[in-house]
Write a protein of this length. Structure first.
Length: 246
């Protein structure tokens, strides 16, 4: 079922509710990566895998696809994720978890930290630890594109993503600062050792900051975000969510 979500700050998001197996009251909200979409082939495949175990809510972040607004690269997008979680609750789901990829993973960590009890469990795939990271060639390219007018125009032409020209607010809480506050919500960090954007050390830093309430799956030969996540890995994630949600 396709629907439109209204965020707390007035954006309208293109979204869908995909019913899961009969008798399951678990709903998983999926949050895509920067320049991604709920309509992407890899994302849709992962959603279909999760749907074997639970209902699924997918949506496009602001500035992406048919959603309104301009992308802020993870700063305001936490409101988008909150709107999707609130929608899942309104649909009658007693248990709601979130699975985010890259930028979406950062939002999952920040929302779980900011609103304890809103999620029964959280999964962050290929999450950044710090904003404005430039430690890899890919991220230097991303930062170069997003920090200039011509770069933002090129990004919109290539991906359709509409990016805000407002400079990044250095006061925006980073995932590394937020993650210690996620507990007692169960948190699963998933990161590949072949991630070209954020090295595996990023996930180890998040795990160290999160403490014993978080679990880390360091995945051999895995790349980045949706494109790097296999259906087999998402099947394992679905099993973890089923056990983690009370």
């Amino acid at each position: 079922m396709r629907t439109t979500l209204l965020t707390r700050d007035g954006e309208r998001l293109d979204a869908a509710h995909l019913p899961g197996p009969a008798g399951s009251d678990l709903c998983v909200v999926m949050a895509h990566s920067f320049t991604g979409s709920r309509h992407g082939k890899a994302f849709r495949g992962l959603a279909a895998e999760l749907r074997r175990a639970a209902s699924v809510v997918t949506f496009d972040f602001r500035g992406h696809g048919r959603s309104s607004g301009l992308s802020t690269g993870g700063a305001a997008e936490v409101h988008d994720l909150a709107a999707a979680v609130e929608f899942a609750r309104a649909r009658g789901h007693a248990r709601v978890a979130a699975v985010g990829f890259s930028m979406g993973a950062a939002c999952v960590v920040r929302l779980a930290a900011a609103e304890p009890g809103l999620l029964e469990a959280a999964v962050a795939v290929s999450a950044p630890a710090r904003w404005q990271y430039r430690g890899t060639t890919r991220m230097r390219l991303v930062q170069g594109l997003t920090s200039t007018g011509p770069g933002r125009a090129a990004l919109r032409l290539a991906t359709g993503t509409r990016l805000s020209p407002v400079p990044w607010d250095p006061a925006t809480e980073s995932p590394l600062d937020a993650v210690p506050k996620v507990a007692p919500t169960p948190l699963l960090l998933i990161h590949g050792d072949r991630d070209p954007y954020y090295p595996l050390a990023t996930a180890h830093a998040l795990k160290a900051a999160a403490g014993d309430s978080a679990r880390l799956w360091a995945e051999a030969s895995m790349g980045h975000a949706e494109a790097g996540t296999s259906t087999a890995l998402m099947r394992r994630t679905a099993a973890w969510l089923t056990e983690a949600c009370p």
